[in-house]
Design a binder for this molecule. Structure first.
Ligand code: G3H
Ligand code: 13P
Ligand code: ZN
Length: 354
């Protein structure tokens, strides 16, 4: 059993200058695809579940699945993370179900739609961090609201995210405020806003610095060189996956994601966790469509799911290799959560903000 906390994993990533993709799961097939990829290249893993995933799969099912994945792949350090927790209860129940890490996303209010005040964000994130740290779990906070610099809109596509028009001061994390936020909340990792958004429709053209503000990451990293930064909305929406979906009956309009080379640049500027869900969904859906189109008599779900898992596995493997995660799993000696709790209590894990 090698369940690792986000904090320990990202500390290792920072010491060794690599990034870790955080893949979302909703079901067994996605979990197996990620772990197969990790095993093939000796990469540590972050699996994350959204509130939607917990509703879809059931907390007990997810908890048992993580236990099973950790048992099947005992040599792969596995961090189980709550994605976009909206309040204290979401985060605490995740930890109760065996998650080793939570995101308290206080950039939005509890409805996950209304942009929150800075004071609200600091207050709720600080409270979640102190509770989580008592039991050794890690906490990711978010400062700045995810959304498009092209349209000023959040992420209506997934049914959650900011509603209404946002201005650039909301859509781009302020570096000075980031220092204050980390100091006050004591988060282990900080998600920042730089023009990325969730889902497939991020950019209407290949992004440049106008619409994907990598300069914001650079500025935050200068002020907070020891803070682990997190990029959300970091699917690359590869052209070949759009093409497969459309070749086999899909109708996705042309769109652009975050180029892998920009993420790799981000990793050099302190990005340690890279959130990817859409690319995995697209990899699987392309295969569902292909099988449905090419073999119209097929009705065994496994004949759809196996190629879908293989496609997701290959995508995860590519990201492990591109982000430098490959080759590190066997170098990590997992610290139990109880020991992490003692380190928080004695102050040795306090963020360095000066
Ligand atoms: O936060 C965004 C992830 O892609 C999860 O999406 O809420 O549809 O599971 P979801
Ligand atoms: P994508 O939609 O770009 O995959 O982003 C996922 C994400 O940020 C989950 O928190
Ligand atoms: Zn996200």
């Amino acid at each position: 059993m090698a369940l690792i906390t986000l904090r320990q994993l990202l500390d290792h990533a920072a010491e060794n200058s690599y990034g870790v993709p955080a893949f979302n799961i909703n079901n067994m097939e996605q979990g197996l695809a990620i772990m197969e990829a990790a095993k093939a290249v000796d990469a540590p893993v972050i699996i994350q579940a959204s509130r939607g995933a917990r509703n879809y799969a059931n907390d007990i099912m997810l908890a048992k699945m993580i236990e099973a994945l950790a048992a099947i792949y005992p040599d792969i350090p596995l961090c189980m993370h709550q994605d976009h927790g909206n309040n204290e209860a979401t985060c605490m129940t995740a930890i109760r179900h065996g998650f080793t890490s939570v995101m308290m996303d206080g950039s939005l209010e509890g409805d996950a739609k209304t942009p929150a005040s800075y004071e609200y964000n600091v207050d709720i994130t600080e409270r979640v961090a102190s509770m989580a740290h008592w039991v050794g779990a890690s906490v990711e906070g978010e400062l700045g609201v995810l959304g498009s610099l092209e349209t000023g809109e959040g992420e209506a596509e997934d049914g959650h995210g900011a509603v209404g028009k946002l201005d650039h001061s909301q859509l781009l994390t302020d570096p000075d405020q980031a220092v204050d936020f980390v100091k006050k909340t004591q988060v282990d990792a900080l998600a920042i806003a730089c023009g990325t958004s969730h889902g497939a429709y991020k950019f209407s053209r290949k992004p440049d610095g106008e619409i994907l503000a990598m300069s914001v990451i650079e500025a935050i990293h200068k002020k907070l060189p020891d803070t682990h930064l997190v990029m959300h909305g970091s699917s690359s929406v590869p052209q070949e996956l759009q093409d497969i979906i459309n070749e086999f009956g899909g109708a996705m309009p042309q769109t652009f994601g975050v180029p892998v080379e920009e993420i790799v640049r981000g990793i050099k500027m302190g990005v340690r966790k890279v959130n990817i869900d859409t690319d995995c969904r697209m990899a699987m859906t392309g295969q569902f469509r292909r099988i449905a189109e090419q073999n119209k008599t097929e009705f065994d779900p496994r004949k759809f799911l196996k190629p879908a898992m293989d496609a997701m596995r290959d995508l995860c493997r590519d990201r492990f290799e591109a982000f430098g995660t490959a080759g590190h799993a066997s170098k990590i000696k997992v610290i139990p959560m109880d020991d992490m709790a003692k380190r928080y209590a004695d102050g040795s894990l306090a963020p360095k903000t000066n």
